[in-house]
Design a protein around this ligand. Structure first.
Ligand SMILES: Nc1nc2c(c(=O)[nH]1)N[C@H]1C(S)=C(S)[C@@H](COP(=O)(O)OP(=O)(O)OC[C@H]3O[C@@H](n4cnc5c(=O)[nH]c(N)nc54)[C@H](O)[C@@H]3O)O[C@H]1N2
Ligand SMILES: Nc1nc2c(c(=O)[nH]1)N[C@H]1C(S)=C(S)[C@@H](COP(=O)(O)OP(=O)(O)OC[C@H]3O[C@@H](n4cnc5c(=O)[nH]c(N)nc54)[C@H](O)[C@@H]3O)O[C@H]1N2
Ligand code: SF4
Ligand SMILES: [Mo]
Length: 719
């Protein structure tokens, strides 16, 4: 007999409510949207949650047993070992390196949290004593979150579900692909508001389905978002489209901002952004006068050498118009009541030894307890400030997702000891010394609290058996901790942590599983007019003393956001601007084995304007070559007239799941062969430029050899 159960999707952080169907053997056979529960359910266009989840649980390629390398690195030859052997070996190495080279010689390499994996690993790093915790924070969530923190005093700002929004700007986000709830706004409400006549402005060099509904679709130059925002700020200030009483009562630094906008012209903005002066004026006027208004911003603005200032520039718009704190605009929130994850990660008595951290020059990264990804790569290759000896990695595939894949590969190949916890074999497991099979969230009792800035929490109780001997990441860390002398800081049974996480809610984990979900509370300005904003001044801070104290520009300046990361000369040889959005059918580089989703999209496809294709002799549907100064890749061409003629919109995260004896072909289609993490990086967050990379395109393989991955030499591993 079949049974049904309500679960939350774990593929992306939107955590849509799903109804899962199980057969008589307990196998999940189907998952569909659960629109009846009233819980958040904004299924993405590709329905990748329902499409992926049942198949993930029973996929024949899932990793099932701990394994140790049985051949040269990258040959993908393995011997099955027991959990005891795996953890004893890892513990022995960790202690050896800690004793001889210091705890900082051990790096913890994390991805976006799936369940409590991230929490356990941060906690482990705290007590083990290594500051070197590497996460995707340098290009995900930190830039937007900290811009809000400095401007409004909190990282927790919600697009508001109440009231009647009159205008939306969707800025560098594709919510229909990537999960509406990721930035906190249900699509249903957005669509209703648009039907009711709200204006829609898209800041989008590519295209997504909202572009067809938009009043304005600005195909700006990739990476020029900060210049565009500053242009709009200038219009709002010059034309006095702001509320003077509001500015006086609720903001600080207006005069400085006003001075700043006198330093550039709208013509400068047009040159930098490819958007004409009149259009910049019009969108600024619409945003400033159609109140309340919301800006739904996305990841595209976070990947830049001045990402934090780009996000700050956009926050100037929110601040000038008073849209934060009103119904229909955006609202500060109090997170749902459960124990703050930070309390699980850190211990006041055991502060992170930041002075020893790699990447310590990035003050915000250090404050947020992460090391930028490229700093790890650089440190391993240069052994500066010291050699990194081993890495424990989980929920990440750096070879596909870090900038400069060739350098990243070379770095991880150089590490004396590499442990990778994964659910599927990947190009990264292929080069590991020990591979550990992980259980997905629905294969163990877990909690979903990510993205932390949305302040919600969901119960993910176990509902299917994991394959073979797969373990939750949290259990792996808990058992490792016992072996390296950290028993007192961990748990006899890792599941005790579930109650600890829920403690502040007054519920046990079991009780929470009945309740299922806790949501944050929105707050509006009229509740507490005199102390609404949570900055040091209690006001919206256009000018941020806190940033100044961190050695960062206290005010976003046009000069900073409009200084191109790549000099003009770079575009003489590589005249096109490369960028990307996330794939609709997959989550970053993951879940590529899923047959249901391969039907949705089977190949890496790049999009180029027909005139540009014609100019370079490229034909629709053919594999083409894309080259940067770093290397060369292939993707299949889709000619698309909506792409700006100078833009290449490429696909992200592609590799061959079948190329088992060739490290899964990570060199062939991988966009990060073309990117780099070279300085300058964002001075606070360590963000890197993934937008507007200079490239050129070819129909045929050029005769000259390409740098980058094709030239990567095998490195001898020395201990
Ligand atoms: N399906 C799917 N969902 C995902 C993910 C996934 O890989 N696939 N990844 C998850 C992760 S880690 C994240 S961070 C979020 C991100 O999700 P989003 O915030 O939606 O961000 P992206 O998809 O990276 O990019 C969004 C849009 O920005 C456009 N864009 C590209 N360059 C620029 C630019 O320079 N300026 C502007 N204004 N726009 C630009 C792209 O064409 C794309 O349409 O999604 C999460 N959800
Ligand atoms: N050029 C370019 N580069 C980018 C981006 C871009 O847009 N363009 N986006 C950037 C962004 S925003 C991000 S967040 C990063 C993402 O980059 P990464 O952090 O490397 O994330 P993924 O590629 O999703 O890799 C996650 C891996 O975890 C595995 N996995 C899934 N569930 C579990 C689990 O429960 N346990 C374990 N142990 N493993 C699991 C998956 O199989 C997958 O291989 O990439 C960044 N890199
Ligand atoms: S948007 Fe798609 S992948 Fe994300 S939680 Fe919802 S169904 Fe899952
Ligand atoms: Mo991300």
């Amino acid at each position: 007999m079949q049974t049904k159960k309500g679960v939350f999707c774990f593929i992306c952080p939107s955590h849509c409510a799903l109804t899962a169907t199980f057969d008589e053997n307990g196998k999940m056979v189907k998952a569909v949207a659960d629109t009846r529960s009233g819980l958040h359910c904004d299924i993405c266009d590709s329905a990748k949650g329902p499409g992926t989840i049942p198949e993930v649980h029973s996929h024949g390629k899932r990793l099932q047993f701990p394994m140790k390398r049985a051949g040269e690195r990258g040959r993908n030859l393995w011997t099955r070992i027991s959990w005891d052997e795996a953890l004893d070996t890892i513990a022995e190495k960790m202690q050896f390196y800690r004793d001889h080279f210091g705890p900082e010689s051990v790096a913890m390499v994390l991805g976006e949290p799936k369940s409590l994996d991230y929490a356990f690993q941060q906690r482990f790093a705290t007590y083990f004593g290594t500051p070197n915790v590497i996460t995707p924070g340098n290009y995900c969530g930190v830039q937007t979150g900290h811009a809000d923190h400095f401007t409004f005093g909190t990282m927790n700002i919600h697009a508001c579900h109440h009231g009647e929004p009159r205008c939306f700007i969707i800025w560098g986000s594709n919510p229909l692909n990537t999960g509406g709830g990721f930035r906190g706004y249900p699509q249903k409400l957005l669509n209703q508001a648009l039907k009711d006549g709200a204006k829609l402005i898209m800041m989008e060099p590519g295209k997504n389905r909202y572009c067809d509904k938009a009043d304005y679709w600005l195909r700006l130059k990739p990476g020029s978002d900060g210049a565009l925002a500053m242009g709009m700020v200038k219009v709002i200030i010059d034309e006095e489209l702001y509320d003077k009483d509001y500015i006086t009562r609720y903001t600080v630094g207006f005069d400085e901002l006003k001075k700043e906008v006198a330093n550039f012209t709208l013509e400068d903005v047009a040159v930098e952004t490819w958007i004409d002066v009149q259009t910049v004026r019009e969108v600024a006027r619409i945003y400033a006068t159609s109140k309340p208004a919301q800006i739904l911003w996305g990841n595209a603005i976070e990947n830049s050498a001045c990402a934090l200032q780009i996000c700050r520039a956009i926050d100037m718009l929110r601040g000038l118009t008073g849209n934060v704190g009103v119904k229909g605009g955006e609202a500060l929130i109090t997170p749902a009541k459960f124990s703050r994850p930070g309390r699980f990660y850190f211990d006041r008595n055991m502060p992170r030894p930041i002075a020893k951290s790699i990447g310590k020059e990035f003050s915000i990264a250090m404050g947020a307890a992460y090391v930028p990804t490229q700093s790890l790569v650089r440190a391993i290759l240069s052994e500066d400030p010291y050699p990194i000896k081993m890495a424990w990695c989980s929920v990440t595939n750096p070879i596909l997702t870090y900038p400069d894949s060739a350098a990243t590969y070379e770095a991880f190949m150089k590490l004396p000891f590499l442990v990778v916890a994964e659910i599927f074999p990947t190009s990264f497991t292929a080069i590991a010394d020990i591979v550990l099979p992980a259980a997905t969230p629905l294969e163990h009792n877990s909690i979903a609290y990510w993205p932390a800035w949305l302040g919600h929490v969901k119960a993910q109780p176990k509902c299917v058996e994991p394959p073979g001997e797969a373990w939750p990441d949290s259990k792996m860390i808990n058992e490792l901790a016992k072996r390296v002398g950290l028993r007192e800081h961990f748990f006899e049974d890792w599941e005790e942590s579930l109650d600890l996480f829920m403690a502040d809610s007054g519920m046990t984990y079991k009780e929470f599983c009945v309740k299922r979900s806790l949501d944050p509370t929105n707050h509006y300005r009229d509740e507490s007019p005199d102390n609404y904003y949570r900055t040091p001044s209690g006001k919206v801070e256009f000018y941020s003393q806190q940033m100044s104290q961190l050695g960062l520009s206290p005010l976003p300046t046009f000069r900073e956001v409009a200084t191109p990361r790549f000099p003009k000369e770079a575009f003489e040889r590589y005249p096109l601007y490369l960028t990307n959005g996330k794939e609709g059918a997959y989550f970053s580089s993951g879940y590529r084995h899923i047959e249901a989703m391969k039907k949705y999209k089977a190949e890496a496809i790049c999009e180029i304007h027909p005139d540009t294709a014609a100019k370079y002799g490229l034909k629709d549907g053919e594999m083409i070559y894309i080259e940067s100064r770093k290397g060369r890749i292939q993707q299949r061409l889709k000619v698309a007239d909506y792409v700006h003629p100078r833009v290449v919109l490429a696909a992200f995260g592609w590799w061959d799941t079948e190329a088992e004896d060739n490290e899964y072909n990570w060199r062939k289609y991988n966009i990060n062969i073309l990117s780099d993490g070279d300085p300058p990086n964002d001075p606070g967050t360590g963000s890197v430029s993934l937008r507007g990379i200079p490239v050129r395109v070819f129909a045929e393989q050029p005769t000259w050899s390409s740098p980058g991955a094709l030239g990567v030499k095998e490195r001898k591993v020395v201990e």
